[in-house]
Every structure is written in C-alpha cells, then in structure tokens.
Design a protein around this ligand. Structure first.
Ligand code: ADP
Length: 307
C-alpha cells in the first residue's frame, strides 16, 4: 500500500529523517514507534505531501507521490497530531465539511458521516459544537474527519497524546475495528503498549533512523541473546558495583524495581546474585520475563523510549 524508500529531511543542521525505508502492506496496521524527536512526524508529513523531502521516494498504492500527488491524497486519510477541527461547528458539521472536501455529496456524505460518527462514539453528540467537547472527544472527532471519505490508508500521528484512558481505549478499539473492516493503517506513537496492542509490524525509530523493523516476534528475536530480569530490592543497592558485573548491559530503575538486561544468560545471574547477597541487599521479588518493546528499544539504542 505504501513504500517509502531512502527518505531524507534536513532542517538546517538537524537531520530529522536520515535515509529511512519501510513499506506498509495492504490490510495491516504498521507502527512507527520512537521517542519524541525521533522523526516520526517528519516522516508522516513527507508521506502526506505536507512537507518537501530532501531525498527518497514515496509510492502510495503504486502511485508516485511527487508526480501524482492529488491521486495519492485521495487514497489517504490523515489524522494530524494537532487538532484540525472547527470549534464553532458541531461534530456532524465538521465531519460533513471534511467529507465534502473529498468530494462526497448528498446521501453518500450523509451515510458516511453517520457511520464515522458512530464508529468513534460521537453519534449521540453530533449536534454539539466541538468547543463543548473534552480533549478526548475532540481527538475522536479529529479521527472521524480524517476517515469520513473511507481512505485506503489511514495515517494517524500520535492520536492519543494527552487524553483520558477511556478515550484512548475508544480510539484504539476504533482503529482495530477499521482494520478488521480492511483499512490499512500507519500509526505513530511513543507508547510501546499501543504499538504492541495495535500493530502487526513495527519500525523502531530513533534520531531520524529506523533502528529495527518487523513483527513483535521478529523484534524480540533481535535481542534473544539477552535476559531481562526484574528484582524488587530492599537495602542499600550497590548500583555502581552492579553495573560493573560482566554481562550487565543495562539497569533500568522503575521506582523500587530494578530491571536488568543481561548479555549471555547463565553465569551473569549468579555473579549478580552473589554481589547482592554479599552486600546484604534483600531480594523481595524476582521475575524473568520476555522482552517488551521498551526493553528492545533500550537494548538496541541504549536509551529509554518513555519520557
Ligand atoms: P517526532 O515526531 O518523532 O517527535 P519530529 O519529526 O517532530 O519527531 O522531529 C524530528 C527532529 O526534527 C527533531 O529534532 C525536531 O526538533 C526537528 N524538527 C521537526 N520539525 C522541525 C522544523 N519545522 N524546523 C526545525 N526542526 C524541526
């Protein structure tokens, strides 16, 4: 459905997107996952024709974005990070307005507006002005405006930032439902839980580059040499000494719990435990778990994904 090849975008000295390539298959939800500043919005803005790229090629359903921009735009539904709705219009007027921009008229527009408002759970509020909506409802309306014309590829840029959990769940459910109905989705987020819950394939972005891409299983396989162990520790934890234990790659502290990334599985755990016992640190809980996307990101980049 979408092919992005060797995309480059510079802002003065910042290389916001540094020769990235990926493709989105028809019918899948593809995620761009990365921390703030990774280059996700820039990538999306290139694909939607909003900004000019400095290099590379984008094809949408076989059409070249540079040469066939208008036809490409008709295939796309865009849900930008910043709200693009009119506060003085009702929910229904907003959706109808965006539908009409894409050429929908009459009965087709009416039906599509109704279906879309139902999907995002705003049908009962259709006669209310957008300015009376909560942040979550505005986001849902923003999504409705992006998909009223039934695009083949829906592109959402961090659609759940700063909203309540209920609206967030509603949005995620709506996207899954759209995908079940056959819509292809490109979704950017810095929340690994969302990428894990929604996406069949994920590209992990950092500093303008794609660090890795594939299904969750394929991404996990990239770090299969590693072991991820969480311990709850009481007492004075000798952090610096723990970092020096051979094979300890990362120690990620989440409140009282210490998440260790160990390279080469067997001996390192023994050394780690020996040190804790020697320093009289009490281990109140310990679990070895599968890596999640946060672990994978940390192992591949040495940085944390979350804020
Ligand atoms: P993300 O969406 O992953 O948070 P962005 O694509 O917004 O990342 O930003 C990538 C990099 O490009 C950042 O370093 C950001 O500061 C820079 N950048 C983005 N937009 C502009 C702009 N209009 N002018 C200058 N720098 C920009």
């Amino acid at each position: 459905m979408l092919q992005a090849k060797d995309l480059i975008k510079r802002y003065d000295k910042t290389l916001a997107v540094s020769s990235i390539s990926f493709s989105v298959k028809k019918g899948e939800i593809f995620g761009l996952l990365g921390p703030n500043g990774a280059g996700k919005s820039t990538t999306i803005n290139i694909i939607t024709g909003l900004i000019r790229k400095d290099g590379g090629k984008v094809t949408i359903d076989g059409l070249d974005l540079d040469r066939e921009l208008t036809q490409c735009k008709h295939k796309l539904g865009i849900v930008p990070q910043d709200l693009a709705i009119y506060n003085d219009l009702t929910a229904e007027q907003n959706v109808r307005f965006f539908g009409s921009l894409y050429g929908l008229r009459g009965k087709q527009l009416e039906e599509s507006a109704r279906e879309t408002l139902k999907l995002v759970g705003l049908y009962d509020h259709r006669r209310q002005r957008a300015k009376t909506f909560s942040g979550g409802m505005k986001r849902r309306l923003n999504i409705a405006c992006g998909l009223v014309h039934k695009p083949q590829l829906l592109i959402l840029d961090e659609p759940t930032v700063g909203i309540d959990p209920q609206s967030r769940n509603h949005i995620l459910e709506s996207i899954l439902e759209l995908n079940r109905q056959g819509m292809t989705v490109l979704y950017t987020t810095h929340y690994m839980e969302e990428a894990q819950q929604l996406c069949q394939r994920i590209a992990i972005m950092d500093s303008g580059q794609i660090v890795a891409q594939g299904s969750l299983a394929q991404l996990k396989a990239l770090v299969q040499e590693h072991w991820y162990i969480t311990m709850s520790l009481q007492g004075t934890v000798p952090l610096e000494k723990l970092r020096l234990v051979s094979g300890v790659e990362q120690i990620d502290i989440r409140e009282n719990s210490y998440r260790f990334t160990l390279k080469d599985k067997k001996n390192q755990l023994r050394d780690l435990l020996d040190l804790l016992i020697h320093d009289q640190v009490e281990i109140t809980d310990m679990a070895i778990s599968e890596p999640d996307l946060e672990d994978i990101f940390l192992t591949l980049t040495g940085k944390r994904l979350r804020d």
